[in-house]
Every structure is written in structure tokens, then in C-alpha cells.
Design a binder for this molecule. Structure first.
Ligand code: ATP
Ligand code: MG
Length: 344
């Protein structure tokens, strides 16, 4: 069996080169002697999986993907199209969906992550008032909460489309959810998730987050301080602005937790670093509790974003992701991670 090769999205302006956002990873991989091929991410999103993989050589063996997010159904087409060429992704379509979408991983991580409920949404229709009221009830009926879909939040529109100050205010829940659904539009993944808001340590060191004033102060701090990956931030097509876990518009949201992103391969942490929204921040999470959960999930290559409780009483899983579509922080040394991938 040959060593795994990596697939990167091609630059839409120059299909013979990797997309600029992933070019540095591709360079590091080349330096390590790793094989790489390019895929057409736009074709993949357009439902043309065969076209997307036509530059991948036949019978090239095992593959990892490192690139922009792909909806779970699109990933299944991607895997099928590659299999048709005698190549196979080391993360199956089922494994991808488990790590990529909150309902896929929540059952395993329940207790270690904020309590969450979800409402499947078909074709961007927003949940009705009864469905929302029932979901709020399942979540305990009171206290602050976060709105997101199965994959992404709109953390940059914190007050408008992400944060609900109190679940007892059903009109506010409906307003934030409606705005969230409207802004996600055709990119809404799966359905609407409500999560209980928890107090995490902040990257400015302030622990309070629920009150408006301090949240707005942090928002300003965030705009001046932490920035997301530049290339991702400048992507102009909607598909890509919604297309990489944590590749946002460059503005930090209000009330950001100080998060560590841990990269796991076959149940072992192969890279521990900051969340890509806050590169350079120290990240030393305690992995004792999360390690057996990652193993129980059973996906080979995943990330966990971990935040420390504001009172210092332990680490919480903010979210889980598929390692293939999780963003790396700028400036991090990715050689260990890539070495592990091509040795897997
Ligand atoms: N339950 C929660 N309690 C407190 N803060 C939360 C909670 N869920 C999310 N947050 C805050 O909102 C931010 C965005 O949430 P989350 O990470 O789930 O969304 P995302 O859009 O998938 O982010 P990413 O950029 O990591 O892909 C988190 O980084 C964290 O600061
Ligand atoms: Mg996140």
C-alpha cells in the first residue's frame, strides 16, 4: 500500500496550483516528500464530483483531503467519484458526517460539551414557534444560549444572529433564529442548533460574557487584536466564506472564548495549538477527559476545540470537526501533523 497522498483544492484562477489559502500547507508537504493532487472545489459544490476529481491519477491509493468544507452529501459524492478512479479517502462519508455535524458527534461528547438540541431544517425554512418552544423546553427553558447550524455559527453577528440572552424570551429566540436562518441562506447546514451558553475564559482574560457592555468591549478588543486567517477572510464567494471551519470574515465576534484546537489522528493528539481565530495564543488544554471520547467517536482524523471554564474548573469541548476541513492557525508548524498524515 502506498503512503497516503493529500488532496488540496485548486486555485480557481490557476487550476495547476493549490488554492492560495492552502498553498503553505502544500509547500510543507512537498518539503516532507509527500504526494499531493488537486481537486476542483467549485465543481464539488456544484454537484459535479467526477469533474472535481478528474486531475487525481487513477489507482493512486489512500488519500486525505485538506481543504474548504464540503457538505456531508457532497463529501459522499466526492468519496464515490474517487473510488471510481481506484482511489480512496481514508475518512469515509459516514465518518466525515459524524465529525463534521454536531448531531453526529454530540451523543459521544454529551456531558463534556454544552447541552444542545437541534431542529432539522429543510430548504432554509425557519423552524416554527411551536418547534422552537419545544426545543427551548428540551434545553431547560431558561438562561443564555447560542444559535448555530450543524456546522457553523454566525459568531461575527453575535447579538443579531448568534447569542440569545435568555431562553425564557421566546420572541428573542425566534428573532435570532430567523436572522440566523436568513443570513445562512442556502449554506445552512442540516438544521438549527440551540446550545446552552457557558462561561469560558476569554482571550482578553475577562471571564464575564453574558452582559452586553462587556461583550461589546470585547468585540472591539477582538477587532483590534485577534484576526482570522487572512486568505480565508478575503474570499469573496459565498461558498468559500462559508467553506472552512473557522475561516471567517476576519472580525472577531463579541465574547470569544480562548480556545485550543487539538488535532487527533487515530485517537492520538498529533498537534495542539490555538484556535485559528487567535493564532499565537498559548494553548495547553488538559486532554484527560476528551481523549477517550475522541476514541469512542471512532473517526481517524478529527479536531476538538477546547475552552477552559471561566472558573478554572476544567476544559469543555466547544465543538468537534473533521480534521480535513478544519483550519490551521497561521504560522503554526504543521510538519508534525502532515508527517503523521502521510505515515497513517
Ligand atoms: N455554548 C457556548 N457557550 C459559550 N460560548 C460559546 C458556546 N458555543 C459557542 N460559543 C462561542 O461562540 C464561538 C463560535 O461558536 P462555534 O465554535 O460553535 O462556531 P463556529 O462558527 O463553528 O466556529 P469555528 O470558527 O470554530 O468554526 C466559539 O468560539 C465560542 O467563543
Ligand atoms: Mg468554533
Amino acid at each position: 500500500m502506498p503512503a497516503p497522498a493529500l488532496l488540496f483544492p485548486a486555485d480557481p484562477l490557476n487550476p495547476h496550483r493549490p488554492d492560495p489559502h492552502f498553498a503553505w500547507e502544500a509547500r510543507v508537504l512537498r518539503g516532507l516528500g509527500g504526494e499531493q493532487y488537486l481537486v476542483d472545489h467549485d465543481a464539488l459544490l456544484a454537484g459535479q464530483a467526477e469533474e472535481a476529481v478528474r486531475r487525481v491519477p487513477r489507482d493512486c491509493g489512500p488519500l486525505w483531503y485538506r481543504g474548504w468544507m464540503i457538505p456531508s452529501a457532497g463529501y459522499a459524492d466526492f468519496a464515490r467519484a474517487l473510488a471510481g478512479r481506484g482511489a480512496h479517502l481514508l475518512t469515509s462519508a459516514a465518518g466525515y458526517a459524524s465529525a463534521h455535524e454536531l448531531p453526529g458527534w454530540y451523543g459521544v461528547f454529551e456531558g463534556a460539551t454544552p447541552p444542545s438540541v437541534w431542529i432539522p431544517v429543510r430548504s432554509a425554512a425557519r423552524p416554527g414557534p411551536e418547534e422552537l418552544a419545544a426545543a427551548v423546553e428540551r434545553l431547560g427553558g431558561h438562561g443564555p444560549a447560542i444559535v448555530k447550524d450543524y456546522v457553523k455559527s454566525r459568531k461575527h453577528e453575535w447579538h443579531e444572529a448568534c447569542y440569545v440572552p435568555d431562553l425564557t424570551d421566546l420572541a428573542a429566540v425566534a428573532r435570532v433564529v430567523a436572522r440566523f436562518v436568513e443570513l445562512q441562506g442556502e449554506y445552512l447546514a442540516g438544521g438549527v442548533v440551540l446550545r446552552r451558553y457557558e462561561e469560558f475564559a476569554r482571550f482578553d482574560g475577562v471571564a464575564r460574557a453574558g452582559d452586553r457592555g462587556s461583550a461589546e468591549a470585547r468585540h472591539r478588543n477582538g477587532q483590534g487584536g485577534a484576526r482570522n486567517g487572512g486568505a480565508a477572510a478575503s474570499r469573496s464567494t459565498a461558498s468559500r466564506s462559508a467553506a472552512s471551519r473557522s475561516a471567517g470574515n476576519g472580525r472577531a465576534p463579541a465574547a470569544r472564548a480562548l480556545e485550543a484546537r487539538v488535532w487527533w489522528l487515530d485517537g492520538e493528539p498529533v498537534l495542539v495549538g490555538p484556535h485559528p481565530d487567535m493564532p499565537g495564543q498559548p494553548a495547553e488544554p488538559d486532554l484527560t477527559e476528551v481523549r477517550p471520547l475522541v476514541r469512542a467517536l471512532g473517526c481517524r482524523f478529527v479536531t476538538t476545540d477546547l475552552a477552559s471554564r471561566a472558573d478554572g474548573s476544567g476544559w469543555r469541548v466547544v465543538e468537534v470537526g473533521d480534521g480535513q476541513v478544519s483550519d490551521l492557525p497561521r504560522g503554526i508548524d504543521a510538519s508534525g501533523l502532515l508527517t503523521s498524515l502521510i505515515a497513517a
